[in-house]
Design a protein around this ligand. Structure first.
Ligand code: NAP
Length: 528
């Protein structure tokens, strides 16, 4: 088994911080795992200074070389072998099959970024050539493209230790755009973080990259996260995690002397709408599929269905209750998440007019292995209690029972921002869906028809984001190649001599990319 040294990694050096200790716990056995230590303020400053020093050098590296670096990272992750899976499983209990799939997704997303970096059209080159004779004033030559913004602080979530972890989508999209990354490792899986830091350390050496382009700060103290976000050398943040954590990071960033953008992807209740017609057609099948979706990964997905909007349908509710009770209990990720789940359910059952339909006496006795929870309320109550829209992260869902389609529309109108929403309907429901769809377009980043929100395809047309509180910026995605745009800014070059222009803006178009030239998209070179 790979030797783990309980270290942080700062600008190419392995360090043993001396801040307060923390220990993750194996959620399946409750065994306390190795002791790690929090990085201290001097280590944060060393990491951000090194990242700043590396910024210019890294941003000038040609796309082909940056792409090769990303491929090397993916290869080094594979080279960690099955120890990565075994050690991570001890920290998160997600199981080897799930982690095997998540590793493949992580490697594939890195390779997808490598491809677009090499291809280069992501920089959105736009050129307007000069018109010196234009009256009353000559028109200058203007050319713009996306450039990296500077050192990025990344915070990963505990429920995706690979895909949203140390070398997950946030880190890789920031590096792909040419930015150094300072990662605050999630304290629930520090060994996994250390392994990933080894992978990128090897890739940095292999590809001759500047050492400061990646640092891993291990720790579980809020002050460490806040210091990182408020460090003046940090220019942007990629965050994946809870609303509470994301909001704290957004506030810290906004309160800086120089505020910086925070791309926070947070929790979501992913409301699902089932029309009466579809339930008349296939209520048993839908209820069983919904039960599986609610309990998938113990409900610990940001896309887990947390709100179900229906009209009265006793058979659907009965089958859903049975379906949920038939699902095996599986471990929660860590004790914080387990106890937050228990607290969340207890808060909900304290509200007026709420029923716990599948109550089992021991359901919440073991926070690391809770039973699934099916709650029910009326639409009228839901509409009067905003708190019922908060995420219970885990295997719980709230049925909102409506009297009519009009009441379903009222519920849709009252929804907060979400990552996803789903519609189950038949062709006979067309006029209702024509009313519902425009409302849901305002509420979520992805709308699923006759399907379930768990499972996120990673591809160019994916949008994984949504209006607040699902994310801090509804226009951006944290999944898919468009995630790169979060960490880039436009620079326009006016009347710039050819020998100074970036390659993507050169007349000859050496990268052969599609550019907007004088208003038309073309891959042709510019003839002067
Ligand atoms: P979390 O507790 O918010 O942790 C995420 C990161 O934020 C950690 O590094 C954590 O470090 C830090 N953090 C948390 N609270 C903080 C605070 N008040 N101030 C400063 N830093 C803070 O999230 P999690 O429990 O690991 O992940 C589960 C949540 O993530 C769920 O709500 C889920 O829906 C969401 N999620 C969203 C997406 C998405 O794409 N939208 C994907 C996956 C998960 P410390 O623990 O050291 O404080």
């Amino acid at each position: 088994m790979t030797q783990i040294n309980q270290q942080s990694y700062i600008a190419g050096e392995w360090v043993s911080p001396t801040g307060p200790a923390f220990r993750p716990q194996n959620p399946a056995t409750s065994e306390l795992l190795s002791t790690f230590h929090n990085c201290q303020s001097n280590e944060v400053s060393t990491a951000t200074s090194a990242a700043w020093d590396a910024y210019l050098q890294f941003s000038l590296i040609q796309p082909k070389k940056r792409s090769e670096f990303l491929i090397a990272i993916a290869e080094e992750i594979q080279a960690l072998g099955d120890d990565l899976l075994t050690l991570c499983n001890e920290e998160c209990g997600l199981g080897l099959p799930r982690l095997t799939g998540e590793r493949a997704r992580t490697v594939n997303q890195i390779n997808a970024f490598a491809e677009i970096v090499k291809e280069s059209s992501w920089v959105q080159a736009s050129i307007d050539t000069a018109e010196p004779q234009r009256q009353p004033l000559p028109k200058p030559d203007l050319r713009k493209m996306l450039k990296p913004i500077g050192p990025i602080a990344v915070f990963g979530a505990s429920n995706f230790p690979f895909a949203f972890g140390a070398l997950g989508g946030d880190t890789i999209s920031a590096l792909a755009a040419g930015n150094p990354v300072v990662l605050k490792g999630h304290p629930a899986h520090p060994t996994t973080n250390e392994l990933f830091a080894r992978a990128i350390d090897n890739a940095i050496t292999k590809c001759g990259m500047p050492k400061g382009i990646f640092s891993l700060l291990q720790g579980d103290e809020i002050s460490l996260s806040v210091q990182l976000v408020t460090d003046p050398l940090i220019q942007g943040v990629g965050f994946t995690g809870s609303l509470q954590g994301g909001r704290a990071i957004m506030n810290a960033a906004a309160n800086r002397d120089t505020p910086i953008p925070v791309y926070a992807e947070m929790g979501s209740t992913n409301p699902m709408f089932f029309t009466h017609n579809i339930l008349q057609q296939s209520s048993n099948d839908l209820a069983n599929k919904l039960a599986a979706s609610v309990c998938m990964g113990s409900g610990q997905f940001c896309t887990s269905p947390g709100i179900i909007v229906i009209q009265k349908h006793p058979n659907f509710i009965e089958t859903l209750t049975q379906g949920l009770n038939n699902q095996p209990r599986t471990p929660m990720l860590n004790k914080n998440i387990g106890s937050a789940f228990v607290k969340g359910v207890k808060r909900f059952i304290g509200y007026d007019d709420i029923q716990w339909l599948n109550k089992q006496d021991d359901a919440l006795n073991e926070p690391l292995m809770p039973a699934s929870v099916l709650l029910k309320t009326s639409a009228a109550t839901f509409l009067n209690n905003e708190a019922m829209q908060s995420e219970i992260f885990g295997p719980a869902t709230l049925l909102v029972e409506c009297d009519s389609e009009q009441q379903m529309l009222a519920v849709a109108n009252a929804l907060e921002g979400n990552l996803t929403t789903s519609i189950h309907a038949t062709e006979q429901d067309q006029s209702f869906i024509n009313e519902l769809l425009p409302v849901l377009e305002q509420k979520a980043g992805r709308i699923i028809f006759n399907g379930f929100p768990t499972g996120v395809e990673v591809c160019g047309s994916q949008h994984h984001g949504g209006p607040y509180p699902a994310s801090s910026n509804a226009a951006s995605t944290s999944v898919g190649i468009d995630a790169i745009h979060r960490f880039a800014k436009f620079v326009a070059y006016q009347d710039t001599p050819a020998y100074l222009l970036p390659q993507a803006l050169a007349d000859e178009n050496p990268y052969k990319i599609v550019r907007r030239v004088n208003g038309c998209f073309t891959a042709s070179p510019i003839k002067q």
